[in-house]
Write a protein that binds this ligand. Structure first.
Ligand code: NAD
Ligand code: IPM
Ligand code: MN
Length: 353
């Protein structure tokens, strides 16, 4: 199974270096994994203008089973051309319509809410990943004049909305979750989110054992901070999913703890993209302070996707112990550097714990 690795920019390289050690361990231990290192990101773009070449896209589509991505975004490329080509090239180009983002706190200490514990923070956000305002349709008119106009179209198709919603319900069904919430702004976006609203309750009828609840996304942000415990699965559009999962990351202890998978949920044999939720965090880059746990948990999601769910559980247990024993970076209450956290995690992984 070919796994393409794109460390990317900023702290991406530092956290992926640690995640990669975990992957290499599984390779050595006999899992049929083969890694393929890709030199893509801001450095490459600035060197020779390459963003996401068609021959790489073709090999990823044709031969890879998974891609592990660090993060993309570099102050030297203020227009983010490379980031969009690579990230959206994969999300859109491979039709990875479900961006699955678990919001799970591994330890009470990480939960910033008053009178709440880790037990209260355990939900999964299904973010639509191929449509919405991210499609880049639109344009600018009279740019640079007092009359300028800027438009980004919000594209929602029946097919796109329905398959994402169904992926959320399927996840609930297969993971013993009892409730799916759909977050929209149908009170303001009367065309696009009326479609979401109608489609949600239509799909819900196919899942009689699962409670289907609607919540406006602004209220969802309120409820998540007041008491996240009623939420199990949340389905939402591309932009809201992006925003809600950064809020969710805060409930987990920060972006250094949040993992994600981008999948074509109806055909899991297709290549999928795995990345921590965080970005390239330029102010942290090169300082050995970035938390590698999100990337290690992301490798866990990848291993589960490839058929080894027990290894995902093992990595989650190890990361939980790292937090508990303060064998972690400063953002989550430890004093170790990125590499030292990787060393500790590797010693646990190698000891088979
Ligand atoms: P960011 O996620 O890089 O950082 C937000 C905050 O979280 C910062 O305070 C940062 O220090 C902290 N943080 C993030 N990851 C951390 C980690 N592993 N350990 C400890 N702290 C961590 O978001 P930003 O600052 O808004 O964006 C920086 C760049 O990254 C931008 O160019 C943005 O477009 C890009 N970005 C890329 C991706 C991606 O490639 N998937 C995701 C988000 C942002
Ligand atoms: C994420 C990021 C990206 C997104 C950016 C880098 C375009 O914030 O993966 O959460 O908005 O999807
Ligand atoms: Mn984001």
């Amino acid at each position: 199974m070919l796994v393409a690795i794109i460390p990317g920019d900023g702290i991406g390289g530092e956290v992926i270096a640690q995640a990669r050690r975990v992957l290499d361990h599984y390779k050595k231990r006999g899992l049929p994994l083969e890694t393929w290192d890709l030199d893509l990101g801001a450095d490459r773009y600035l060197r020779d203008g390459t963003t996401y070449p068609p021959e790489v896209a073709d090999r990823i589509r044709g031969e890879a089973r998974a891609v592990l991505l660090g993060a993309l975004g570099d102050p030297r490329v203020p227009g983010l051309e490379h980031a969009r080509d690579i990230l959206f090239g994969m999300r859109f180009g491979l039709d990875l319509y479900a961006n699955v983002r678990p919001v799970k706190a591994l330890h009470d200490r990480l939960v910033p809410l008053k009178d709440r514990s880790a037990r209260d923070v355990d939900l999964v956000v299904f973010r639509e990943n191929t449509e919405g305002i991210y499609v880049g349709m639109g344009g600018q008119f009279k740019r640079g004049t007092p009359d300028e106009v800027a438009i980004n179209e919000d594209v929602n198709t029946r097919k796109g909305v329905e398959r994402l919603i169904r992926a959320g319900f399927e996840h609930a069904r297969t993971h013993g979750r009892k409730t799916v919430h759909m977050a929209d702004k149908s009170n303001a976006m009367k065309h696009a989110h009326e479609l979401w609203h109608r489609c949600f309750f239509e799909v819900a009828r196919e899942y009689p054992g699962i409670a289907a609840k609607h919540v406006y996304v602004d209220a969802l942000c309120l409820y998540l901070v007041q008491d996240p415990s009623p939420f199990e699965v949340v389905v939402t559009c591309n932009l809201f999913g992006d925003i809600v999962t950064d809020l969710g990351a805060a409930l987990q202890g920060g972006l250094g703890m949040a993992a994600s998978a981008n999948v074509h949920a109806t055909d899991p044999s297709r290549v999928a993209l795995f990345e921590p939720v965080h970005g390239s965090a330029p102010p942290l880059a090169g300082k050995d302070v970035a938390n590698p746990i999100a990337s290690v948990l992301t490798v866990g999601m990848m291993l589960a996707h490839l058929g080894w769910p027990e290894e995902e559980q093992r990595l989650e247990r190890i990361c939980t112990r790292a937090i508990d024993l303060r064998m972690c970076t400063r953002d989550v209450g430890g004093e170790l550097g990125t590499r030292a956290v990787g060393d500790w995690i590797m010693s646990e992984v190698e000891a088979g714990r």
